[in-house]
Design a protein around this ligand. Structure first.
Ligand SMILES: Cc1ncc(COP(=O)(O)O)c(C=O)c1O
Length: 420
């Protein structure tokens, strides 16, 4: 089941505050995040693993890099999975020390490697090319290696990363030569990592990848003479997006994964990298109905958020549950598509949803929008990015101003000859 929201007098409540009030005060579209839910999600997954063995939760911050979200997770004691120098620096700005950050990039430039070495975070090396280039910059670096495990998972082909032939990671058969080379170069080798993909169903992919990594950790100990500190099984814990979808049983996940590591290896620490699991259901996107159209074969609810604001439906065909926040739990009249202002027919947020009779001015809530929502938004069609609001202890506060048209032009330079 996706999480439920309460309603009062037909209005959806977000941690006790009327969604309509938030939209009125901060404008739309707006991402509204509940602090409490982020903390609960973090504690649930950390608690599930840490009762069995030493656990490091590396929040995959690509899901949501808002500095306030990062501050909350810093306070919780989370660590970080970062995929760019920008993410690393954002986390440091939010209070994470470099030793709490593991950088896992793909096709990493020398410039980025230099930046990471300067910061001093651990680097999860993705290729033999990266290892050799890093060695020329510095070997005084804590490293682990991302292996392509031959196990793929995910909510769609675009986010499956662990299958054979993937652009991510070091092919499994190169594991021993790579660890040997890193040892000979003098790197401080700490762990082994794999990520099968993002947002898949079930838990088999995690037990499969743990088996693969456990076998490799033993091989590395026997053939390279290195006792690894951690096994990092990556992220990708799925969350429900539809009303009836089941939640991932993280208790079972933790019990099975840690049992494999403890039974089969001498590795003491398990690392997991959830992004979506921690932030997805902390957030709803509120968007205003601006236009209602009966197009003979379809009925449309035209809203002010498009794929510039939430790209997941258009890009991945992802499903987000939607509701009318100002006609909450009211009887539905018909099926509608919820569509945005972007000048492309692929711009939609939801297809064929039963909704109450829409009117201009209604407020539509898009659920489970906290992961890969704002962080994948754009200014396409020259539409400034929207605001983000945090709800804590029954109070809503702005955590990111909406951009304005000046922001669209901020970094543009018009050559002298074009200025009249
Ligand atoms: C290396 C790595 N770790 C963790 C994640 C987080 O995935 P999710 O948000 O589905 O947990 C990703 C997502 O793409 C990833 O690439």
């Amino acid at each position: 089941m996706i999480r439920e929201y309460e309603g009062k007098d037909g209005i959806m409540l977000i941690d006790g505050i009327a969604a309509t009030e938030i939209a009125e005060e901060f404008g739309t579209p707006v991402y509204v995040t509940e602090e409490k839910r982020i903390r609960e999600n973090y504690r649930r997954i950390h608690g599930a693993f840490s009762k069995y063995m030493d656990t490091r939760v590396n929040y995959a911050c690509k899901a949501n890099t808002n500095l306030s979200v990062l501050h909350i997770l810093e306070q919780e004691g989370s660590c970080i999975d970062a995929v760019s120098l920008g993410e690393v620096l954002s986390c440091i700005k939010a209070g994470f020390s470099p030793d709490r950050i593991l950088y896992t990039g793909v096709n990493v430039s020398n410039e980025e490697l230099r930046g990471l070495v300067d910061v001093g975070c651990m680097i999860n090396v993705d290729s033999e090319s990266e290892l050799e280039r890093l060695a020329k910059i510095s070997t005084d670096v804590r490293v682990s290696f991302r292996i392509t495990p031959g196990v793929a998972s995910g909510h769609g082909a675009k986010v499956m990363t662990g299958g054979k032939g993937s652009k991510f990671g070091i092919p499994i058969k190169r594991t021993i030569p790579v660890y040997t080379r890193a040892r000979d170069l003098g790197f401080d080798i700490r762990g082994i990592h794999a990520h099968t993909g993002s947002g898949g169903e079930g838990i088999d992919q995690f037990t499969d990848v743990t088996e693969v990594l456990s076998g490799l950790a033993n091989d590395i100990r026997d053939k390279v003479g290195i006792d690894l500190e951690f096994i990092d099984i990556g992220g990708g814990v799925g969350v429900p997006y539809r009303l009836q979808e089941e939640e991932t049983d993280v208790e079972e996940l933790a019990s099975l994964v840690t049992e494999i590591i403890q039974d089969e290896t001498e590795v003491k620490t398990v690392v997991i990298e959830p992004g979506r699991y921690i932030v997805a259901d902390s957030t709803v996107l509120l968007t205003r109905c601006v236009d209602v159209k009966d197009a003979e074969t379809k009925r449309y609810i035209g809203v002010d958020a498009g794929f510039n604001t939430l790209v997941r439906p258009a890009f991945y065909d992802s499903y987000h549950t939607v509701a009318m926040a100002n006609k909450f739990n009211r009887a539905c009249s018909d099926k509608y598509d919820v569509v945005g202002p972007i000048c492309e027919s692929g711009d939609y947020l939801a297809h064929d949803r039963v909704m109450p009779e829409p009117e201009e001015g209604d407020l539509v809530a898009i659920f489970t929008a906290g992961a890969y929502g704002f962080s994948m938004s754009s200014e396409y069609n020259s539409r400034p990015r929207c605001a983000e609001v945090l709800v804590s202890d029954g109070k809503a506060c702005l955590i990111r101003r909406a951009e304005d048209t000046e922001d669209l032009w901020r970094n543009q330079i018009i050559p002298e000859g074009l200025r009249q």
